[in-house]
Design a protein around this ligand. Structure first.
Ligand code: AHR
Length: 659
């Protein structure tokens, strides 16, 4: 991504924070006006942005352990290796003339010339993470050739060849059939691999070789990694945006994301290359494909599971403008628009409608209640507006209740942004998606960004944001406390402006420690472990303390947007009858402050303070120390209507008081 490069040296950042610290030593008195509702907070306010980047889906959330299970990668043996024990002999051939699935034409023919010892191994995605005593489901599509009677032995092996589990399969007949078997693993191993041995001389065809752990989310066979979904569920997200990101656009239009190719039987889902595979020369990932085992049905199901509103984003007839900038001619846009209309029917239509019927056939007769749809990711220029208008007309005519999310491009200011912003406002757009990957200081400086936005214009979706410790797309960016703290300060500004900002999500979401292209990321995983970064802790803290209505929190009668190093917002939660204050101390000094609460009839004498803090701005969470920055709770007392808080240096504080 070529953008304005924003470099903020650690030195100047410390200076800014220290300067704030000097100014912030005096005890401050804040006023909270609990009786004055300024705006409603939408249930969608804090959500999740998901993209298959950094092995987010394949090799990550999608729990499949076999890489290139259908031999459809551009190099068909990617991830696979021929295996021969001792002097065993045999050979293989990749065939391309139809196999298990219609969209999946390649398969492997293996011929063993020995009674045993010939086979194939799969390395997994940077190895396979295997857990002791866990059950594993192995399946394979197979057929014997002519009169062969070859049986199969599958073995899970550790790096030194130690056996972790095994199972046998006996395929019969010359027609393609799916064979399945389950077995338990005897040890935990982050870097296992799978071997499939042929027993007996002869040849056999194999396709869709698949291995899943049994402990997937909700124990769904062929499902999602439960530890990763749990981290999402814990955030209580208001929405889930999927499937991206730039992968919506594709490097060219042939490689764009097409949702219809991602539903139905997994063996019929046509995989495509993942555009993040060679995007960054410094982070090449040529083995990165999208198999779509995690497809649009599964995304909707995930939304339902974690209580998030679905927000799918579709290609608008334009490929990524950083790559080819290919566009489809306006008079050929119809299939793209049709995809949008059909998607709404797939998500919401009755089971008698063609696409509603497909949803029901996949096991979900009830609608998914989709209310929003994004058209285009980071597209810009007149070509975007022209295409967007065609989509908008067609969608609004057929589904007037669907809110359309519109792109404001790649940056939160500049010529492209201004052009799109003014055109979208002229179109009376429902929701404008703004993206900011900026230095931490930008987030502090922009806590007031939305104070001046038109209250009657389109709503804002802060669709992708993350403070960059070095600069956008630098592999050296870190998920450090400095970044997370500045995001928290900025988020108080989003909450204060909840009448304009209706949704916000950090991006990107997941990164595999050995397969990432982009950093920083909200959640890091390896083959067995996962942890939330400091930024995750901030997102979660805001989201689980969302509230329903914004109320004023003032210092000298002004909103708190950086005076003395403080940033703050307040809300009430009508559902739980609580008052919720969020205060960010960006200074290097502990701060004693009083919060005088006006307009609340009765307040309980005690509140709960949840703190995130670290004295070190470069502190990060890690696999070794996943909770270095994690919430700490304590009880605080009220004296009449005043709470005195001793806020730690560099801290995010959420105070909840029952009313
Ligand atoms: O979040 C990573 C990428 O950043 C997204 O795919 C894209 O929308 C933005 O440029």
């Amino acid at each position: 991504m070529k953008r304005d490069i924003q470099i903020l040296s650690i030195f100047s950042f410390y200076l800014a924070f220290a300067f704030n610290g000097v100014k912030a030593q005096d005890r401050k008195v804040f006023t909270v006006k609990a009786g004055q509702v300024k705006a409603s907070i939408q249930p969608t306010m804090w959500g999740i942005f998901f993209e298959d980047i950094n092995l987010g889906a394949d090799g990550g959330l999608y729990a499949e352990l076999v890489k290139n299970r259908s031999f459809e990668f551009d190099v068909p043996m990617t991830g696979w290796k021929e295996e021969k024990k001792g002097d065993a002999a045999g050979g293989y051939l990749i065939n391309n003339n139809g196999s298990a699935g219609a969209a999946n034409r390649r398969y492997i023919r293996l011929e063993s010339k020995s009674e045993e010892g010939y086979g194939l191994s799969n390395e997994g995605f940077r190895g396979m993470g295997i857990k002791k005593d866990m059950g594993y489901d192995l399946s394979v599509w197979a057929r014997q050739t002519d009169d062969s009677k070859v049986s199969l032995t599958a073995e899970l092996l550790g790096p030194a060849g130690e056996k972790l589990g095994s199972a046998n399969l006996i395929p019969s007949g010359t027609e393609w059939k799916k064979y399945s078997v389950s077995f338990n693993a005897s040890a935990t191993e982050p870097k296992a691999h799978l071997c499939i041995w042929l027993n007996g001389k002869g040849s056999i065809d194999l396709d869709m070789v698949s291995l899943f752990p049994k402990d997937t989310w909700k124990k769904r066979p062929g499902g999602l990694r439960s530890d990763m979904v749990q981290l999402l569920a814990d955030m209580k997200p208001g929405f889930l945006r999927f499937p991206g990101g730039c992968i919506v656009e594709g490097r060219n239009l042939d490689e764009r994301f097409q949702w219809k190719n991602t539903i139905g039987k997994v063996e019929d889902r046509k995989l495509i290359i993942n555009r993040w595979n060679v995007e960054f020369k410094h982070r090449l990932t040529p083995d990165y494909f999208q198999t779509f085992g995690l497809g649009f049905f599964e995304y909707f199901q995930l939304c339902e599971d974690i209580g998030a509103q679905p927000l799918p984003i579709l290609n608008c007839g334009m490929a990524c403008q950083f790559n080819t900038a290919e566009v489809v001619a306006l008079d050929q846009l119809e299939p793209y628009v049709r995809d949008a209309l059909d998607l709404i029917e797939f998500a919401n239509g009755s089971i008698d409608s063609p696409w509603g019927k497909k949803r029901a056939e996949m096991g979900h007769p009830a609608p998914f209640n989709m209310k929003m749809l994004g058209v285009g990711n980071e597209n810009w220029g007149p070509q975007y507006i022209e295409r967007l208008k065609v989509f908008t007309k067609a969608i609004k005519e057929k589904y007037p209740g669907i809110k359309i999310v519109n792109s404001s491009g790649t940056d939160p200011n500049g010529e492209r942004f201004d052009y799109l912003d003014s055109n979208l406002r002229a179109m009376n757009a429902d929701i404008i998606d703004e993206h900011y990957y900026r230095a931490p200081q930008w987030f502090l400086d922009n806590a007031k960004r939305y104070d001046s936005y038109d209250r009657k214009g389109p709503k804002i979706f802060a669709g992708e944001y993350a403070a960059q410790s070095v600069r956008i797309a630098s592999p050296d960016n870190r998920n450090n406390w400095q970044c997370a703290l500045s995001e928290a300060a900025f988020m108080t500004g989003l909450e204060r402006n909840a009448d304009v900002v209706v949704m916000a999500s950090y991006a990107p979401l997941f990164a595999h420690a050995e397969g990432w292209q982009w950093t920083p990321d909200l959640i890091w995983v390896d083959n067995l472990r996962s942890y939330g970064t400091a930024n995750y802790q901030v997102q979660k803290l805001f989201s689980v303390n969302k509230g329903t209505d914004v109320i004023p929190l003032l210092l000298n009668n002004e909103p708190v947007t950086g005076q003395g190093g403080y940033y703050a917002s307040a809300c009430i939660d009508r559902k739980t009858n609580e008052l919720i204050l969020k205060i960010v101390n960006t200074t290097n000094k502990a701060q004693n402050s009083d919060f005088v609460i006006q307009g609340a009839k009765t307040l309980k004498g005690k509140g709960i303070l949840t703190e995130l803090s670290s004295m070190k701005l470069d502190q990060v969470n890690s696999f070794e120390d996943p909770n270095a920055i994690s919430p700490v709770q304590k009880e605080v007392s009220l004296k009449k209507n005043t709470v005195s808080l001793a806020m730690k240096p560099y801290s995010v504080n959420v105070l909840k008081i029952a009313m």
